[in-house]
Design a protein around this ligand. Structure first.
Ligand code: PLP
Length: 419
């Protein structure tokens, strides 16, 4: 018997105005991301760059980037340009190569696969040998996803007081079966860049692959450095860094799904590439984990990068830095609120030693904000971008009011941090 709760296959025949009306009705309760009410999920530099991305996306709405080589050389050229731009930005040496992917998770999967293949080839070990990844406790769960798929163990190192990974603790976790070290630029929970130059020295001494997960910072942190924010160097200028993941659909300000992964040594891209020679339809090769993927995302990223260019990203970095500073100032002016780390780029994370910050988060939710949470220590978390600037005063006023209410009532919350 069919499940009575299950929606029945539609009869069809509905026209666009009718569909649009219903879709808008359904979305009426969704978060107001345009109004800066979501702590994560959407990233804005400038309205014009957003519009350019959307137009370019619609222009190539139907093209499949899987067919770039055979059918859509224009998409292929734009893809190569975007990868070249990324390698230029991240100081990749000659011989480096990259892949345009559908997101940070896919970029990370490709780097882990390449690292595993290289480790196996160099150490002469086969699939039966259990290998491991050594990374900060704050590293993104995409590495655990990769580890599950590739049957690899993840070893997580604790943090120093400044919430960057303790590199000595990483050293203690390395053994002959360590195939990969990871540092984040910045890490998602606390927004700080791990001590990449120290991990770089460790990777060189241990002769292990180092991946920098710059999914958040890859396309913007270099501009923070250029505009004089003193942002730590995390890219290929660290000579043991073999790969970097960098999302276009976060602080590259391109529409989703769009990310990149770069390999210092082009041979490593061959290690991440999938090839099947014995299929009835012939040789099947993809540099990505996905097969079909939107040509629109490639075209849109190309257009946004060419629209903003160096001047635009430097402007974005200056504007974002000012927003971060103003939020930090506003947060620190609320009695009892404490920043859990000094933001290196655009992520702020704060909590309190005096009251339950989750109770504050619950009250903020009731005021139609979608807060991010961190669990260790308990905190609230936001990836700031430009839509958060017009919302700043309202946000800080609401936060202050919620903090006062929680302090007065000594309310506690049994929320659990859920991504
Ligand atoms: C540091 C970091 N790495 C990787 C990812 C995964 O990116 P995606 O959600 O695009 O797969 C994220 C997502 O927030 C992230 O913050």
């Amino acid at each position: 018997m069919a499940d009575p709760q299950r929606a029945r296959f539609p009869e069809g025949g509905r026209d666009w105005p009718d569909l649009q009306h219903e879709m808008r009705e359904r979305a009426a309760g969704d978060a107001d991301w345009r109004g800066g009410r979501t702590a994560i999920f959407f990233f804005l530099a400038e309205q014009e760059a957003y519009d350019v991305g959307k137009r370019a996306y619609m222009e190539f709405f139907s093209e499949n980037a899987l067919g770039a080589a055979r059918a859509y050389p224009g998409i292929g050229q734009m893809e190569r340009d975007v990868l070249d731009y990324g390698m230029d930005l991240l100081s990749a040496p000659a011989g480096a190569r990259g892949v345009f992917t559908t997101g940070g998770t896919e970029s990370i999967l490709l780097a882990v696969k390449a690292a595993r293949e290289r480790h196996r080839a160099r150490r002469g070990v086969g699939p039966g040998r259990p290998l491991n990844i050594v990374m900060p406790v704050t590293g993104h769960p995409a590495f655990d996803k990769a580890a599950i798929l590739m049957d690899v163990e993840v070893r997580r190192a604790p943090l120093r007081a400044d919430r960057r990974v303790d590199v000595e603790a990483m050293r203690g976790l390395i053994d002959a079966d360590t195939m990969l070290l990871v540092g984040s630029a910045p890490c998602f929970p606390h927004g700080v860049i791990d001590p990449i130059s120290e991990i770089d020295a460790l990777a060189a001494a241990a002769d292990v692959w180092l991946h920098v997960d710059a999914c958040v910072g890859g396309w913007i942190a270099p501009f923070f450095e250029r505009v004089g924010r003193g942002t730590p160097v995390f890219d290929f200028r660290n000579t043991a860094v073999r790969s970097i993941s960098a999302d276009l659909h976060k602080f590259g300000f391109a529409p989703k799904p769009a990310s990149t992964v770069f390999f210092r040594d082009g041979e490593d891209l061959d290690r991440s590439t999938f090839r099947l020679g014995y299929w009835p339809s012939g040789l099947y090769t993809t540099a990505t984990m996905s097969g079909s993927r939107p040509g629109a995302a490639v075209a849109a990223a190309w257009a946004v990068l060419n629209h903003l260019g160096t001047a635009g990203y430097e402007r974005a970095a200056r504007n974002l830095a000012a927003v971060v500073d103003r939020y930090v100032e506003g947060l620190e002016a609320i009695p009892g609120i404490e920043l859990w780390a000094r933001p290196d780029v655009t992520i702020v994370n704060f909590g309190s030693r005096d009251f339950d910050i989750y109770a504050v988060a619950e009250q903020m939710k009731a005021r139609r904000w979608i807060p991010g949470l961190t669990s260790e220590p308990k905190g609230m978390h936001t990836m700031l971008s430009m839509q958060h600037e017009p919302a700043r005063e309202t946000y800080l006023n609401d936060l202050r009011a919620c903090v006062e209410a929680v302090r007065a009532s000594e309310a506690t919350s049994n929320l659990t941090a859920t991504y």
